[in-house]
Design a protein around this ligand. Structure first.
Ligand SMILES: NC(=O)C1=CN([C@@H]2O[C@H](COP(=O)(O)OP(=O)(O)OC[C@H]3O[C@@H](n4cnc5c(N)ncnc54)[C@H](OP(=O)(O)O)[C@@H]3O)[C@@H](O)[C@H]2O)C=CC1
Ligand SMILES: C[C@H]1O[C@H](OP(=O)(O)OP(=O)(O)OC[C@H]2O[C@@H](n3cnc4c(=O)[nH]c(N)nc43)[C@H](O)[C@@H]2O)[C@@H](O)[C@@H](O)C1=O
Length: 318
């Protein structure tokens, strides 16, 4: 595998999607199923804790998957990253080390590791090219998570160089969509605001508090676009360097808040809580490498928000 279209021609290949109930994993499962893949290997966190090295080892020895997508991780927004640094570095290092190493030793033909745009320096050139990695200091609110993710990229590269193992890494920008985490404090900004505006609308509140100053810029990508890109990379990319996956469009947090407010239909005011951190001022990725391979995002932020709010109303306990 690794050569163009051999991935797509074997629809019965056993593919382990780690983290299949999360935002990203569930979208990848939907995408693979829609393409006719019939042999997906799925384990909940309760069935298989990926931080446990011997359990992961036994699982790979028994199941011998053909291909692995690593979408299991300790994930959260700015507050969670800033509050639980030990969890973010330790759990992520454990999961990715166990899964990448067991994949190599049990004959997996290809693995895709998911990192994040927070791997780049706080003041990286914008849009951020792949080669900005390790060129400056990280954003302090998420440096622990970023260090783990950088180690994952480097582990994939090291296994490719030393063992010829077909391990690739994709770096998505900020994601959103069905099965996101809508926790009031620990989630990312988009689901946090959707939940807060919805609650305010239902309760007839006059104001909604939004964190920070509203000036940071963020790039958002619908998770169905990300899943499409992940499957595209599995079929079309076998390089050493990680690949950025973004929409190429950025908005300020203030613009995002106004858009979520409009989609949800909240009619009150926004109040900014500047005691909360802004995080990195800007992180627009340069996704021209992926574009040159033949992939581009399709879902606009407005359409994606409408789709996600519909999903929220139908699936999240109000
Ligand atoms: N969301 C985003 O904006 C972005 C995400 N990414 C990356 O995408 C990947 C997936 O993120 P996302 O889908 O958002 O995260 P989610 O939190 O939605 O999903 C993560 C999944 O991993 C599982 N998991 C966590 N710990 C373990 C463990 N010890 N053993 C087994 N399973 C475990 C979770 O199960 P459980 O809930 O039961 O613990 C959950 O199903 C991550 O690598 C993340 O860094 C990258 C950029 C942006
Ligand atoms: C994907 C990426 O996500 C994280 O980085 P982040 O982009 O800073 O994440 P965020 O979505 O939590 O915040 C974006 C911006 O939005 C503002 N903001 C306003 N109001 C709320 C709010 O209510 N909740 C949150 N979370 N943020 C809010 C917030 O103050 C910040 O300015 C990384 O830790 C790391 O996990 C990572 O890789």
């Amino acid at each position: 595998m690794g050569e163009t279209d051999s991935f797509f021609s074997n629809k019965s290949a056993k593919i382990f999607v780690a983290g299949h109930r999360g935002l990203v994993g569930s979208a990848i499962v939907r995408k693979l199923q829609s393409l006719g893949f019939t042999n997906l290997l799925l384990r909940t966190h309760a069935d298989l804790d990926l931080t446990r090295q011997s359990d992961v080892e036994s699982f790979f020895a028994d199941e011998k998957p053909h291909c692995v997508v690593l979408a299991a991780a300790k994930v959260g927004g700015i507050h969670a990253n800033n509050t639980y640094p030990a969890d973010f570095i330790a759990i992520n290092l454990q999961i990715q080390t166990n899964v990448i190493d067991s994949s190599y030793r049990h004959g997996v033909k290809k693995i895709l590791f998911l990192g994040s745009s927070c791997i780049y320096p706080k003041f990286a050139p914008q849009p951020i090219p792949e080669n900005a990695l390790l060129s400056g200091p990280l954003e302090p609110t998420n440096e622990w998570y970023a260090v783990a993710k950088i180690a994952g990229i480097k582990m994939c590269q090291a296994y490719r160089i030393q063992h010829g193992f077909d391990a690739i890494s994709a770096m998505p920008t900020n994601l959103y969509g069905p099965n996101d985490n809508f926790h009031p404090e620990n989630s990312h900004v988009l689901p946090a605001l959707m939940r807060r505006f919805h609650k305010a609308k239902v309760e007839g509140a006059k104001e909604v508090v939004v964190w920070g100053t509203g000036s940071p810029l963020r790039e958002f990508l619908h998770v169905d676009d990300l899943a499409d890109a992940v499957v595209f990379l599995l079929g079309n990319y076998s390089g050493l360097e990680h690949v950025n996956v973004g929409s190429g469009k950025e908005v300020t947090i203030k613009e995002l808040a106004e858009l979520v407010k409009e989609v949800v239909g909240f009619e009150g005011e926004l109040v900014w809580d500047s005691s909360k951190p802004d995080g990195t001022p800007r992180k627009l990725m340069d996704s021209s490498k992926l574009a040159s391979l033949g992939w581009n995002a399709k879902i606009s932020l407005k359409d994606g928000l409408i789709d996600t709010y519909k999903w929220y109303l139908e699936n999240v306990k109000q």
